[in-house]
Design a protein around this ligand. Structure first.
Ligand SMILES: C[S@@+](CC[C@H](N)C(=O)[O-])C[C@H]1O[C@@H](n2cnc3c(N)ncnc32)[C@H](O)[C@@H]1O
Length: 257
């Protein structure tokens, strides 16, 4: 997936500028640790969540289509001496196949939103159902679309982070803007880095683009149930407060009967 190969270099700086990432990491790590049996993270990325669970003693299988994100994950696991307890599979989450049925499959941090069509979202949920053991659980989340917040964010540039590039030693500004199409339920995200010379002139600007397509909570509930799952919990945030119309997030815990 070219989008994420391009994003890999700025992923950590970007994630650190999003406060909910600490909360989603804590939520998923707790769920992985309490699962007896195989845990799989779809869209494992550079291992931000999975490697923390591995560090705390739980083996994790990670699936991702970005070779660059997977390479980062592998390097981090090796550097931490944890390569034995993380298994990485290079595959598309719409048709991933596991060596054995899993007890838990997670699709964290809005990753279902990268599947832009409803057909593709249904496909991944059905594939998860297929790859789970009987009584296995499926965890996923997405933001809850908020029209007022979208109007505020739409096309507004935001400075996400300031840091020094490890490769060039230059100061870098990481910017982001989002362009919403409310009828199509899609958001195009542009993230760009400005690398500055000492005199403040622009040495280099580089854009990265990603597209998300959100589902409203009733649509998400429908695709989970249509695949055959029983929904055990619908949370409104990673602290497990109940899901409401004005919740910032939708966090689903579903079980294969
Ligand atoms: C938002 S990141 C999440 C990474 C990690 N789970 C975390 O929380 O930091 C989404 C990840 O999903 C991967 N991804 C997106 N679409 C995918 C697809 N169709 N198949 C496999 N991986 C995909 C991207 O490459 C990226 O690494």
């Amino acid at each position: 997936m070219a989008g994420y190969d391009d994003f890999a270099e700025i992923y950590d700086a970007w994630v650190q500028s999003v406060p909910l990432t600490k909360h989603n990491q804590a939520f998923y790590v707790a769920e992985y640790l309490k699962t007896a049996g195989t845990v799989v993270e779809l869209g494992v990325g550079n291992g931000r969540i999975a490697l923390e669970a591995v560090r705390q003693g739980k083996a994790v299988i990670g699936v991702d289509s970005s070779t660059v994100m997977l390479a980062q994950c592998r390097q981090r696991a090796e550097a931490a001496g944890m390569a034995e307890t993380v298994t990485l599979i290079h595959a598309d989450i719409r048709d991933f196949v596991l060596p054995e049925p899993a007890e838990l499959i997670a699709l964290p941090f809005h990753t279902i939103g990268h599947l832009v069509t409803t057909d593709d979202k249904c496909r991944v949920v059905r594939q998860v159902f297929d790859q789970l053991a009987a009584r296995g659980r499926f965890l996923l989340d997405h933001f809850v679309f908020n029209p007022a917040r979208a109007r505020e964010l739409d096309r507004a540039p935001r400075l996400r982070a300031e840091y020094t590039s490890a490769t060039t030693g230059r100061d870098v500004l990481l910017w982001e803007t989002s362009v919403f199409d409310v009828n199509e339920q899609t958001m195009r995200l542009f993230a760009w880095t400005d690398e500055l010379e000492e005199d403040g002139s622009l040495a280099q600007r580089r854009y990265r683009r990603l597209t998300f397509s959100w589902l409203h909570t009733d649509q998400m509930r429908a695709i989970i149930e249509e695949a055959g799952f029983v929904i055990e919990h619908a949370y409104g945030y990673y602290d497990r407060r109940p899901l409401k119309d004005d919740s910032p997030e939708q966090v689903w815990v579903a079980r294969k009967p």
